[in-house]
Ligand binder design. Sequence first.
Ligand code: C2O
Ligand code: CU
Ligand code: CU
Length: 493
Amino acid sequence: MSSHSPSIEIAKGYKVNYDFKYRLSRRGFLAATAGLAVSASLCPAVASGVDERSIRIAPGQARLTGQDGLSTAVWTYNGAVPGPALRLRQGQPVRIAVENGLHEDTTVHWHGIRLPNAMDGVPGLTQPPIRPGESFVYEFTPPDAGTFWYHPHADSLVQLGRGLAGPLIVEEAESVAFDRDLLWLLQDWRLAKDGQIAGGFGSAMDASMSGRVGNLVTINGIVPADLDVRAGERVRLRLVNAALARMMALRFEGHRPVVIAIDGQPCEPHEPENGRLVLAPAMRIDIALEMQGDPGSRHDVIDDFYNGLAYRLTTLAYSKAVPIRLHPLDAPLALPRNPLPKPDLANAVRQEVLLQGGMMGGGKLAGVGGMMGMGMPGMNGTPAWAINGMSMTGDGHAGMAPQFTLERGSTCRLTMRNETAWWHPMHVHGFSLSVLSRNGAPVPHRQWQDTVLLAPKDTIECAFVADNPGDWMLHCHVADHQMAGLMTVFRVT
Ligand code: C2O
Ligand code: CU
Ligand code: CU
């Protein structure tokens, strides 16, 4: 990338490159704080009754670059991008009435929540799509506390790309010791020169390569200003990557974040390798940040996932105030574990999932099942990817034949092999996976994930108890990849 890449001024002093290998400049952005406090209300200690919520989905406008910036036409949950932070309580039933004010079908998927199949939000497979003007009531009781999110599962590439995504937080029954609980829902937008969302969703290049990576990253719907912090505080920061395709690797300069949960599931607290938090689309990581910088100091938060395309996401800006405490808190960082069923590895059923397709070296497309010779894969909705030789495209529809069937209560030991030259965050609905090994090496810290990132040629082994009956999706969460065939279904009977 040279400095000649096309850029436009979408707000005073603020330029954005519309070439997708972009570089951000945030000068001139002083409004809005980068963190959204989520621990505002003092909730009653005992969960009781049904928590009633409602969400209306409709087109709207957002100023992604700040109050003085251009207004972008987006699609919204309750008028906002991202949608409202739903804070639920572990073990308390919730009823969420969703009304579709779009001109096309939609559904809501509660990503990562272990819930009844009929509430999973996959059109055709688990429910009829919600037609324009119609409603659907979702009812479930979240069994696990943690950081989750919600998004459509219909026309996913376009609907997510137009902004439909929201955070879902399930609070621990017992309180945990943090001074502040912050949430960053990260979105990645591909904006055109006029500040509007660029067309060209599902192009053959995006579909068969890295997906629709954008040119503007927002935190909680806005280009981040500084995050104001106070020396001595212990912050819980919940990171959600709600991008269509952008992988992220965050570094907090001068700080040592400790990972305390992945995909909503507590793990053994640990510092990430090289201090980098690798966050693929749909993944969540909760970190504990001890604010040990000096009063008045500033520390950048950098995303350097893509070689040569590192950029500053935001800056931790310490107030001049004296530290709120002299020594870090003693209270342990480990979060209470969720009630996940323990896999019985000795008696596990083995299943293998091969990820195939995509553009290979030299601009050649890999053979996808029997699909070669049918024109350019990835073009006009033809498959570019496959799982075990089969391409399921789109979002889900009636009559999707399951790839494999598991007996209820059995343990499945699942191997996923990435035969492609691309990264894939593989997501399973309805379950959390105990991640056992990566390329033969054991994965430490007792990690459970619903979205597991596979680097090119990686092999991952994981296990789960098939305790939840129904037809469940397993797909790549790079939206273009899912739409172009990197998806399958399995059944639990
Ligand atoms: Cu975020 Cu099919 O899921
Ligand atoms: Cu999901
Ligand atoms: Cu993928």
